[in-house]
Design a protein around this ligand. Structure first.
Ligand SMILES: [Zn+2]
Length: 391
């Protein structure tokens, strides 16, 4: 090899490894900074709540954005809200891993357009493949692939669930082996379809089983609660919902504008859920559900996932989340309420996943029976998925 070629080759190799180490550091710094907790573990929990919690047959959560940060979830970390070791310690049976593809700069709850994006920089900084730097669809496919990779590397500790049968087998298996957890894939914002109906099938093929029409800005499907126009469903959006229903993909109305929620409730023929929300009844802001929408979603046989951060529940602890749970169960009954934390969703969460028993502590104070607590903490999600995932 000529000398100059050797030198060029050496330079490229050095630059490549430099990029790899920078992306590792960048991923860690950004992840740690964005996903803080209000209350640090270990948590002080009463004997009664902890005993009940550890006996719960199925603890589940409808929303976590942990895949976004390129955190190796097969390992235990002291930052962020969860990873497989902490999920197993927390008796977590099923986590929805939701994919974020694009968020506006100066993101706010009132009005955002789609002209800017934070996630392009994040994809580059965290060392994701170049295809993800330019395509929202590729960002979804890449994050799905990463969950499957974590599953393969987990030595049987993490399963990806895509249908009813897999869930049934897992539930049976977990009775004798609690040293495992599971997840299913969702999407926050159907801009990942890039305006092409055929991409609903592409998302399904990537393992995705739940999709929310909008995230922080209006898109080709409809209006966001935080968009500029906050409109209803578009003709393309209607086709997308029909296609999703035909594949038994779950529609998630988190972040949808009120007009979009109305429109989807009108056309939906299958159960709907809201993966991470608060309720106006305890925390009145544009992010949260009205009583009419809570009732509308419950009528579909749906679920309301209550979150664990300040803007959702107007408080920074488990008591605030429990208050929103109580308001919702009083309105539509215990069967329609679940946990929808928004772990690792660039929020300061009340606690990390090992603090889940704090919710049980608060539900006990509010007078819920053990059976109702089991339903709210995950039984309802299990039953919903057994019914609504593809067969
Ligand atoms: Zn969200």
């Amino acid at each position: 090899m000529p000398k100059f070629l050797k030198k060029t080759f050496a330079l490229i190799t050095i630059l490549f490894f430099l990029y790899l180490s920078i992306t590792k550091i960048a991923a860690y710094v950004v992840d740690k900074d964005f996903n803080r907790v209000t209350l640090k573990p270990p948590y002080t929990i009463s004997e009664k709540a902890l005993t009940l919690y550890n006996k719960l047959p199925f603890v589940a959560d409808l929303h976590s954005d942990v895949l976004l940060w390129n955190r190796d979830i097969t390992k235990r970390h002291s930052h962020g809200h969860e990873d497989i070791p902490r999920m197993i310690e927390a008796n977590m049976a099923l986590q929805a891993f939701t994919i974020v593809s694009k968020t506006p700069k100066n993101m706010n709850f009132k009005g955002n357009d789609d002209k800017t994006d934070n996630i392009t920089t994040l994809m580059i900084a965290t060392g994701r493949p170049p295809a993800t730097w330019f395509s929202l669809k590729e960002r979804a496919i890449q994050q799905s692939k990463e969950l499957y990779d974590f599953s393969s590397a987990s030595q049987g500790k993490l399963r990806v669930i895509t249908n009813q049968q897999e869930l049934e087998i897992y539930i049976e298996d977990r009775k004798s082996n609690k040293n495992q957890t599971a997840g299913y894939l969702g999407v926050e914002g159907m801009q990942v379809l890039e305006g092409d109906l055929a991409n609903v099938q592409a998302m399904f093929n990537a393992g995705i089983r739940m999709m929310a029409p909008t995230h922080f800005f209006d898109n080709k499907i409809g209006g966001s609660a935080h968009g500029m126009k906050k409109g209803g469903i578009t003709p393309f959006g209607k086709e997308v919902i029909q296609k999703m229903e035909s594949l038994h993909m779950i529609v998630d109305l988190a972040h949808a504008s009120p007009a979009l929620i109305d429109d989807v409730l009108k056309i939906a023929t299958r159960a709907i859920l809201v993966s991470h929300t608060g309720v106006k009844g305890t925390c009145n802001n544009v992010r949260n559900l009205s009583d009419a929408h809570i009732k509308g979603i419950a009528r579909t046989g749906g679920l309301i996932g209550i979150a664990v951060f300040e803007q959702a529940v107007c408080g920074t602890n488990a008591a605030a989340t429990a208050k929103a749970i109580k308001y919702t169960t009083d309105l539509v009954g215990v069967k329609h309420v679940a946990m929808g934390t928004d772990f690792d969703g660039a929020i300061p969460a009340h606690f990390d996943v090992t603090g889940f028993p704090l919710i049980v502590e608060e539900l006990l104070k509010l007078g819920y029976s053990n059976a109702d607590i089991a339903a709210i903490m995950g039984g309802n999600i299990r039953d919903f998925m057994l019914k609504n995932l593809p067969e």
